[in-house]
Ligand binder design. Structure first.
Ligand SMILES: Nc1ncnc2c1ncn2[C@@H]1O[C@H](COP(=O)(O)OP(=O)(O)OP(=O)(O)O)[C@@H](O)[C@H]1O
Ligand SMILES: [Mg+2]
Length: 325
């Protein structure tokens, strides 16, 4: 599929164009003797446009490639095929234009650094110089994330989970990124703190015209926060569309399974079936084939292309007609 066929945003900021990320796997003697593949695509030909200022939810079960696709955009995993571009240009990873916030802020902050120290490092890299300038920038960041300057001299172990995540977000904002990747950034927080951090992300998006890629397992969180939802399964993008459309009318059987809208009989049938194994199953087939209650002969032969299934909704499934050429 070409970029022009993508649904999507008229004004894309970030473009994933046919991105493949491969990892070595099963490189042992037994795998070789059995003739099993030694490479698998954790992200497999994903094309996705992300609009300026949108919050895109990336949803899928464990191992579907959500973290891998974010890390590939940040240059933390090599891209085997395809490309990621920001504002039409190849990525300049030194610019700090994209940042990531992780699930566990305690492990992403240095335990021996105060909050002020942790913020001063990216601020210096981003051109701030002189104590006065850096101090002012630290205070502004702390206010921005709802902490305030009284947190400057605290160490990570002196912060609550919510405060830690705010400090991690402040550090990510220090380079004035255009895109923020938030990988399960609220999943370790309790419910009331989670809501506060989600509201903070919304507020920061509005204030800084930030684009947020929000990775989550939690469909309730995604529904609350995200403008659009991308559903991934074993490295494939199966469905993408506006949140209200995906929730009101989930097209892909996998999305229906996730949202619990597959009818009961089919759901039981699906849950007892085999999940895809990238090392032993035919990687040309639809990766949801083993679990799909609607599988057709063609699904075993070739993974379906993305099809237009609504004005801004696309689904990779043979149950829908192919796009007109
Ligand atoms: N550095 C790596 N080397 C080899 N395989 C990897 C590496 N990183 C991830 N993988 C594999 O790639 C696949 C996708 O992993 P990824 O971490 O992107 O999944 P995820 O969707 O983020 O899952 P989770 O919801 O559990 O965080 C998995 O099979 C994983 O084991
Ligand atoms: Mg992950």
């Amino acid at each position: 599929m070409t970029i022009a066929q993508q649904t999507a945003p008229a004004d894309p900021l970030l473009i994933f164009d046919d991105v493949v990320v491969s990892f070595a796997a099963g490189t042992g003697m037994i795998s070789r003797l059995r003739g099993l593949s030694t490479q698998f695509n954790a992200v497999d030909h994903v094309t996705l446009n992300v609009a300026r200022g949108e919050i895109l939810g990336v949803v899928g079960e464990s191992g579907s490639g959500k973290t891998t696709i974010c890390k590939a955009a940040l240059g933390l995993h090599p891209i085997a095929r395809g490309a990621v571009s920001l504002e039409g240009a190849p990525l300049d990873l030194s610019s700090g234009a994209m940042q990531m916030v992780f699930q566990d802020p305690l492990s992403s902050l240095n335990p021996r650094q105060t909050v002020a120290k942790a913020l001063s490092i990216p601020l210096r890299l981003h051109g701030h110089a002189g104590k006065k300038d850096i101090d002012a920038a630290i205070d502004a960041l702390l206010v921005d994330v709802g902490l305030g300057s009284q947190f400057r001299n605290r160490f990570p172990h002196e912060l609550s989970g919510g405060q830690l995540q705010r400090a991690a977000i402040a550090r990510a904002l220090a380079t004035q990124p255009r895109v923020l990747f938030a990988d399960e950034a609220v999943s370790k927080l309790d419910v009331s703190v989670r809501a506060q951090i989600l509201n903070l992300l919304k507020r920061l998006r509005d204030k800084h015209d930030l684009t947020i890629i929000f990775v989550t397992h939690d469909l309730h969180v995604a529904r609350f926060l995200c403008d659009r939802i991308a559903i991934m399964y074993f490295g494939k993008l199966l469905e993408v569309g506006p949140t209200r459309d995906v929730y009101a009318d989930p097209n892909h059987p996998y999305t229906q399974e996730l949202l619990g809208t597959l009818d009961k009989e089919r759901k039981t049938e699906v849950s007892t079936r085999d999940i895809f194994n990238p090392l032993t199953d035919d990687t040309r087939a639809c990766r949801y084939l083993g679990r799909c209650p609607h599988a057709l002969d063609i699904c075993a032969k070739q993974h379906p292309s993305q099809r237009q299934t609504g004005p801004a909704h696309r689904t990779a499934c043979y149950l829908f007609p192919e796009d007109e050429p």
